[in-house]
Design a protein around this ligand. Structure first.
Ligand SMILES: Cc1cc2nc3c(=O)[nH]c(=O)nc-3n(C[C@H](O)[C@H](O)[C@H](O)COP(=O)(O)OP(=O)(O)OC[C@H]3O[C@@H](n4cnc5c(N)ncnc54)[C@H](O)[C@@H]3O)c2cc1C
Length: 386
């Protein structure tokens, strides 16, 4: 199979070694039990892989986005699910870019050492969805603290995190000049918060993804947990999105290769009408097409990462990479399922599990239509549609 990246073989080999301890049976059992892959998360975090993007001065490995994306890709390429842990890789970015020196000293070394998990980021709300600037969760400053009230939905890995990044309105929408102003980012100590103003209700869902509704009822957050300047939170959030999109794209690329490997293997082994099914063009062409789509998406993923690492604007490439990779992995999933015939539906083949997992990425963390809207507005110069 082609490979568009040959500079990260050491990382690839190391992740493959680690993932050998978490074979298909492991993820299958976790999925059946609707459990969290704790041992897998502990192994990755313990070995420092999810601290890849934390600078060395704080105990991380100071790698760029390209290398970090290879880690995520390899996990999925080995049959695992980075979605269980990817927050630990990128949620610290807001703290790193906009936190005070004291906040960075307080949190980053412990995150890098795996002592603190920051796997959660709370943005989405039930009543506003993709229209983030309309969020209704408020944080009101009172006597050296903020009082948080409101509701969030689909907030992942809360039960497997120590810290959560929270976006809340600190100035009412009616009182700001631009709707993107007046929101702030906080770091929430979940151990202090849960049961003391924050309640968590898990959401049963199609993927084995630990995700929750959150209810804030006068949750007190110390004022020093505000990250950066009050009112600038939306801008800080946007600063982190390109990295997140490129990392998710890499996960989809990993999924895509996994599906193509499985489909190719099965097409070569399965004998029907006295010959391998892969001898039929009707079977081999869709797999070939899926590979072409994955390879093309992979180029855009590496372009986005390379620009990001060179500190150049990469919003267009990161969005397009996420779109292309999520679409290509889903097409590869569909082809893989079809190639396996009835056996694709059997849990023991793992295809139906990965099929569900990779479908998520056309909706989260940003839905396809919102990427189209970005491209229409920012690349084509068409009027903003919302
Ligand atoms: C498993 C899972 C985990 C998640 N984890 C997190 C998390 O950890 N933290 C977090 O903050 N969020 C999380 N999310 C939320 C996720 O980011 C949102 O679901 C996603 O951004 C879409 O928002 P929505 O569900 O509110 O859809 P809506 O905004 O209600 O949109 C519904 C559909 O309408 C389309 N649509 C909406 N407006 C327009 C428009 N103007 N033009 C064209 N189409 C439009 C959308 O593209 C979408 O297809 C998670 C979601 C899931 C499913």
């Amino acid at each position: 199979m082609l490979s568009t990246d040959d500079n990260h073989q050491e990382i690839r080999d190391a992740i493959r070694d680690l993932c050998r301890n978490f074979p298909d049976e492991y993820f299958r059992r976790i999925d059946e039990q609707r459990a969290y892959p704790e041992a897998f998360a502990a192994a990755l975090i313990g070995a420092g892989w999810l601290a890849a993007m934390i600078p060395e001065e704080y105990g991380g490995s100071g790698l760029g986005l390209t290398a970090a994306s290879v880690i995520m890709e390899e996990i999925n390429r080995c049959g695992g699910n980075s979605g269980a842990v990817h927050g630990q890789m990128y949620n610290m970015g807001t703290l790193l870019r906009h936190g005070s020196p004291a906040q960075k000293e307080q949190y980053l070394p412990a995150i890098a050492a795996g002592k603190l998990r920051i796997q959660s980021m709370a943005v989405t709300e039930p009543s506003t969805g993709s229209d983030t600037t309309k969020i209704r969760t408020t944080a009101e400053r009172k006597d050296g603290r903020y009082l948080v009230n409101g509701q969030k939905v689909w907030i992942s890995r809360v039960q497997h995190s120590d810290l959560m990044i929270l976006l809340a309105r600190t100035t009412a929408l009616a009182e700001v000049k631009r709707k993107s102003e007046g929101m702030s980012i906080f770091i929430v100590d979940l151990h202090d918060a849960i049961g003391h103003g924050l309640s968590v209700r898990p959401i049963a869902n199609m993927v084995n993804h630990e995700t929750n509704e959150l209810f804030f009822d006068n949750l007190e957050i110390p004022a020093e947990n505000l990250i950066g300047d009050e009112g600038q939170g939306f801008r800080y959030l946007l600063d982190g999105l390109n990295a997140e999109r490129a990392l998710i794209a890499a996960e989809c690329i990993g999924d895509g290769y996994w599906f193509i490997d499985r489909a190719t293997r099965y097409a070569g082994e399965r004998i029907v009408f006295d010959r391998p099914i892969g001898m039929n063009q009707g079977v081999q062409f869709p797999i070939a097409e899926a590979l072409i789509e994955i390879e093309a998406a992979n180029l855009m993923r590496f372009q986005a990462c390379t620009l990001f690492d060179a500190q150049q604007a990469c919003g267009a490439q990161a969005n397009m990479a996420k779109y292309l990779a999520a679409k290509a992995s889903w097409e590869a999933a569909n082809v893989c399922l079809q190639t396996h015939g009835g056996f694709g539906f059997a849990s023991e083949y793992d295809i139906e599990r990965k099929f569900r997992e990779t479908r998520l990425y056309q909706v989260a963390p940003i839905s396809t239509n919102l990427i189209f809207a970005y491209v229409a507005e920012h690349l084509l110069g068409l009027p903003r549609s919302f």
